[in-house]
Design a protein around this ligand. Structure first.
Ligand SMILES: [Zn+2]
Length: 417
């Protein structure tokens, strides 16, 4: 049986249960007969599900919305989105769907070579965000020893990682860099003093950007793996050892489509597009043809790891909403971050896109590690590298060390003004 036939079988198993009792999808897919789903292509006849629809549904049916296949008492976990773009969305999971999440995360760990003999440290506060909770359950499935970094300061976390001899770090890419920077200030060399050999990054894109990955790997003396997931969707993306600048989509559990974000039409092979996902194991609160808003560059190619799954080059490239055209050049946040991270003198940064006399311009606010470095030289070198790589000459504003915000989760560095 092919992978597509397996996906189709899973979808055909799931749909009757959802259409029988789930008010949100009963209304949305009214009149649709699951028997008509004879190929994956037939899925394209169904409407997209959008985030704004789900948000509206929760406003109309507070607090949890109506995308619930089971009676409320069958749900055992609740999480919420970070709400960086508006009101947080709540999401419920049944025992079965929470177990499914854990198994999806187990795949993430296994692809990174993590085993039952590892000690996995979660540098996370364990608030309502789902990703690290699901990762925690996935590590349990694997039989690894799990260490929580909840309720600890950065200094305490660094000490715990060393004391417990943690071999795996799970955090956002931003926070891994922040920990490394704090450790260095305290005279600790994490590459030498910690037992961490693998880092896995969730919660925000970045760990597929080669310069970010290189920084993390050098400062931790470890191999860095990216992961992609979302509260509404599940843990859908993971990195194997053979393609450090790409992620696989776990097509055993998710059906993916790539569309033109403007027209909604299926995007041309090997082009950029928006990732659309249908999950196959979260029957209690599924998403069908969900527009993730994530911009990706898919490739159907054979990977040396022998997994048959789709490859997304560069991981999640950014949000469709964040893509801007500046002087005729398509600018992706990930591309700008990639250039800036090549400068080890830079501690933190933000990107501002603004309009001046109807022309769109780009300004980089750069916070150097110290005031001692050659600031005039740094500005010119960043401008030169941006021109070479992206074809743009940005305005640069240097700010004093410590003035830009730091992030544990969901770094926000790209602003349209
Ligand atoms: Zn692979």
């Amino acid at each position: 049986m092919t992978a597509q036939e397996l996906q189709l079988g899973r979808l055909r198993d799931m749909l009757p249960a959802v259409l029988a009792t789930n008010p949100f999808y009963r209304q949305k897919l009214a009149g649709f007969d699951p028997d008509r789903l004879t190929s994956l292509k037939a899925l394209q006849a169904l409407p997209f599900t959008t985030k704004s629809e789900l948000v509206q549904d929760q406003l109309d049916h507070p607090p949890y919305g109506s995308n619930l296949t089971d009676p409320l008492e069958r749900y055992i976990r609740i999480h919420q989105t970070s709400g960086t773009t508006g009101k947080p969305m709540y999401w419920l999971d049944t025992e079965e769907s929470w177990n499914w999440w854990a198994n999806c995360w187990k795949v993430v760990f296994e692809a990174a070579g993590v085993t039952a003999s590892d000690r996995v440290y979660f540098a996370f506060s364990f608030g309502p965000f789902i990703g690290f909770w699901a990762g925690w359950e996935g590590a349990r499935k694997l039989g690894a020893l799990i260490i929580s970094g909840g309720g600890q300061s950065t200094a305490q976390r660094i000490q715990s990682i060393i004391d417990y001899r943690a071999t795996v770090l799970v955090s956002t890419p931003t926070y891994a860099l922040h920990m490394a920077s704090e450790a260095k200030k305290a005279g600790i060399d994490l590459a030498r003093d910690s037992a961490v050999k693998t880092t896995i990054h969730a919660g925000e894109p970045g760990a597929s950007i080669s310069s970010v990955k290189k920084l993390i790997e050098e400062s931790w003396g470890a191999k860095c793996f990216d992961h992609a997931g979302a509260t509404e969707v599940g843990a859908f993306g993971f990195q194997c050892a053979f393609q450090p600048e790409a992620i696989h989509v776990n097509e055993a559990e998710f059906i993916v489509e790539i569309i033109d974000p403007l027209s909604g039409a299926a995007s041309a092979d090997n082009g950029h597009g928006e990732l659309v996902i249908t999950n196959l194991g979260r029957v209690g609160s599924p998403v069908i043809r969900y527009r993730t808003g994530d911009l990706v560059q898919p490739r159907r190619e054979n990977c040396p790891c022998a997994r048959p799954f789709l490859v997304l080059r560069g991981g999640i490239l950014g949000r469709v909403d964040d893509m801007v055209v500046v002087r005729g050049v398509n600018v992706f946040p990930s591309a700008v971050e990639s250039v800036i991270r090549e400068f080890t003198e830079v501690e933190e940064f933000r990107v501002e896109v603004y309009e001046r006399q109807v022309m769109r311009e780009i300004r980089l606010v750069i916070e150097p590690k110290s005031t001692e470095c050659s600031i005039a030289g740094l500005t010119e070198r960043i401008i030169k590298r941006m021109r070479e790589r992206i074809g743009l000459r940005p305005e640069i504003e240097l700010v004093s060390p410590g003035s830009l915000p730091r992030f544990e989760l969901k770094a926000k560095r790209f602003f349209k003004i």
